[in-house]
Design a protein around this ligand. Sequence first.
Ligand code: G3H
Length: 540
Amino acid sequence: MSLSASLATIFPEYDAIPPEFRLTPIPQIDYLLNGEIRQWAGPVQQVYSPVCCVTGEGAVRQLIGSFPLMGETEALAALDASVNAYDHGRGFWPTMPVQQRIAHLQEFAWLMKEQRDAVVMLLMWEIGKSLTDSRKEFDRTVDYIMDTIDALKELDRVSSRFVVEQGIIGQIRRAPLGVVLSMGPYNYPLNETFTTLIPALIMGNTAVVKPPRHGVLLFQPLIKAFQQAFPPGVVNMLYGAGRTIIPPLMSSGKVDTLAFIGTSKAADSLQKAHPKPHRLRVTLGLEAKNPAIILPDADLDLAVSECISGSLSFNGQRCTALKIIFVHETVSDRFLQLFSKAIAALECGMPWKPGVAITPLPEPGKTDYLTELLADAARHGAQVVNEGGGTVNGTFFYPAVAYPVNEQMRIYHEEQFGPVVPVLPFSDIETPISYIVNSCYGQQVSLFGANPASMAALIDPLVNQVCRVNINSQCQRGPDTFPFTGRKDSAVGTLSVSDALRAFSIRTLVACKDQESNKELISAIVRERRSHFLSTDFIL
Ligand code: G3H
């Protein structure tokens, strides 16, 4: 079948979907407030899948459920439940011994694992992520919880001793910050929400969780696990339109930490809404426009395969995706030829199709936006160089390689977050370097080359422009124990497993002068186990 014919028939009839992947719509009314699972009786938001099914009226997005559209009152109730559970640091959860908090997290991970199939199914249907990648997202998140527990044990062991310095005895630990508002993005709705929520909880904070715009229903199978594993008020779920329910939370001044993965515009307005900006801690994952730079001596087969997965995994909807490719002019023709061939070999289809790489897009209007980017690029002299590039069928957009891109084009500046790959030829290495220097973003870069001198000459200046220089490989976040952050408008704070524990806590200490009476007092407190903070217990 020709490419155009297969794209025209990409969506199935409902009956052609394998029975194990058919989804019964979920009218979700449950939400977790102060330890109670309540039923919502108010207005709801209907959820349509990016997956369309062929009907008599053509291919239409499948209705897969609905979720509560809460208002300001419910938002403030969720916040108050978290505030009360924290109780200015005097609550049951923030004062609990670390070992007990770890046990709660272990229980949660155990309960969560039982929901793997349900969550994976919803990841596929809600955001169009492939079955393989949806499973990976789930498993990676469970691993993240276990790694976080190990990292906290290690941190606690280091803190389980007294330090004597200049006649002062002290015990230094990390203490929670308060109430965390945790909001993840639609492309990793489970994983990226949990990479802030889990460290926040384990450090003793309480949380309000607001699922992303797409990828909401997949939290439903986890509500009971949250309820069972955590004391009342420690985790509260909030559903609705972010624009309605989040500003009142921020302007209340009761959010101590904002953990947000999304756009810098949204992050700015949330931060500005807080009446005490200097009291608000923020951990932000924002936009990026990671470039690849392909030098004349690069292994082109390797560069192509890395740039394919770098720019098109999950349809390019990753903050770490390669979003612009600079190729040395001496190899650009060959690169484009190989790259286009590699795109033609990608499987397109529904998320459950074995080996699928390109799937429908969840954001309404996204295919129009990507089409506009290509039209704008064409107006300024670029062409789509791969067969069928930019073909649209409903929510499906076939990957397009635009070449040669220049700085007049929107695609040069905007984070496309989708399957459009801008490629620029260069003769002078200053071209990609000045792109990076002048970019608003500074997350990562990928360098492809073989010459030690030319690679080293790039590495040294680039480590001061971005936060990860990838050699002969695509950009990526993992392994999750590596620091994940960005400069400029790309991030605030660092989110490796161990860094995240620091992001959601503050160093605090108990100190006294090195005098006999103080020593006796401290020894008695420790010996009689009267404090959870002053303690030399060593977690094994
Ligand atoms: O969307 C941003 C993700 O954190 C990227 O993670 O590089 O593992 O896909 P990844």
